[in-house]
Design a protein around this ligand. Structure first.
Ligand SMILES: NC(=O)c1ccc[n+]([C@@H]2O[C@H](COP(=O)([O-])OP(=O)(O)OC[C@H]3O[C@@H](n4cnc5c(N)ncnc54)[C@H](OP(=O)(O)O)[C@@H]3O)[C@@H](O)[C@H]2O)c1
Length: 313
């Protein structure tokens, strides 16, 4: 169904997606295409580390809502480049929120499960205390605070372990590793909820387009349903690849510990599972399971398709 949202004057509602080349950003752009007008801004259009660029580009646009999906997401890079992490993940959202407030536009800031320290047992709700243990997590929490302090009507959505068609992520990486190596290890002591970028974009759209015309505000946790260890997430990917006939060298991933991974510079929360009950109560919709969404993502992926086609002759 094509829905055209319009403001009081009849002008179609205009949505700006910042980070429209990213994994989630490109799905947001697609999700809002049938909802008024949508404008995508990639790094080449607006550099979030440069306040002058944000003021010039965003200041010159008329829009009704803005979705901030862009971020400096490489956790270990952020740990060693904290000025840049705070500029992109915290200062840029502050400037965007201030420009948007002047225009009367609603802001949605995409944040992360890494705002938590991971010491809790059980999934985190929106009411649990954030206590980041990395520069990435702390810079994103600062971004959340700036956006919400600028206007309490704004929205923060925290997401976790994102995969999707727009840009290769962990599933593509682990299948690539299994093609090359016979021995694979992944942490069995870290848990979270894998999330499809396509599902997340749909969830964000439901929140932003709102109930009776009012967009959601405050903080919401969004992810697919279900929790798993990092190792089990990887194993699931391998099993889908094996099923499609991909000639993997490694068929079984052995569990290790996060502390065994020498390459990690930043600390990771061991538990960053998110509870989606607030979203479910607000929308009346339960997110699909991560296995269902990952399976359907991998089924369509070129790597698995190629193997299936070869197997079928
Ligand atoms: N990926 C995950 O597992 C995960 C987990 C929790 C939360 N999140 C959050 O979810 C959101 C979307 O993540 P994602 O997976 O879509 O990440 P992504 O694919 O890395 O996309 C991030 C986008 O931000 C852009 N960007 C980075 N620095 C920029 C700058 N200085 N100026 C302008 N644009 C800049 C990147 O530009 P280029 O295209 O030029 O690289 C990229 O398009 C982020 O806010 C992230 O913090 C992600």
């Amino acid at each position: 169904m094509i829905t055209t949202e319009a403001d009081m004057s009849g002008r179609p509602m205009r949505t700006v997606v910042i980070g429209s080349n990213g994994r989630l950003g490109c799905e947001l752009l697609a999700a809002f295409r049938d909802h008024g007008e949508v404008i995508g801004l990639a790094r080449a259009d607006m550099d979030l580390s440069d306040p002058e660029s944000i003021n010039r580009v965003l200041g010159g646009l008329e829009y009704d809502r803005v979705l901030i999906s862009a971020a400096l997401t490489a956790v270990d890079y952020c740990e060693s480049n904290s000025d840049e992490a705070y500029a992109v993940n915290a200062e840029a959202p502050r400037i965007i929120a201030e420009i948007s407030k002047k225009k009367g536009a609603h802001v949605t800031y995409v944040s992360t499960d890494f705002v938590f320290d991971g010491t809790q047992t059980g999934p985190y709700s929106e009411y649990d205390q954030a206590n980041p243990i990395s520069v990435y997590g702390a810079s994103k929490l600062r971004g959340e605070e700036h956006v919400m302090n600028t206007d309490r009507a704004n929205l923060v959505v925290r997401v976790s372990w994102v995969f999707g068609p727009g840009r290769p992520a962990f599933p593509e990486w682990i299948i690539g590793q299994a093609l090359e190596k016979s021995d694979l290890f992944l942490p069995g002591d870290k848990i979270a909820s894998p999330s499809s970028s396509r599902d997340l974009a749909r969830m964000i759209k439901l929140l932003v387009t709102g109930r009776e015309g009012e967009p959601a505000s405050d903080i919401f946790h969004l992810c697919n349903t279900g929790i798993c260890t990092w190792r089990d997430w990887g194993q699931f990917c391998l099993e889908e690849a094996i099923e499609a006939g991909v000639p993997l060298k490694a068929r079984e991933i052995k569990p290790n510990l996060v502390s065994d991974v020498a390459a990690f510079i930043a600390k990771r929360p061991l538990n960053s599972a998110l509870a989606t009950s607030k979203y479910e109560a607000w929308t009346g919709v339960k997110p699909p399971s991560w296995q269902e969404s990952l399976s359907s993502h991998l089924y369509k992926s070129p790597l698995l398709n190629e193997s299936r086609e070869l197997a079928c002759g």
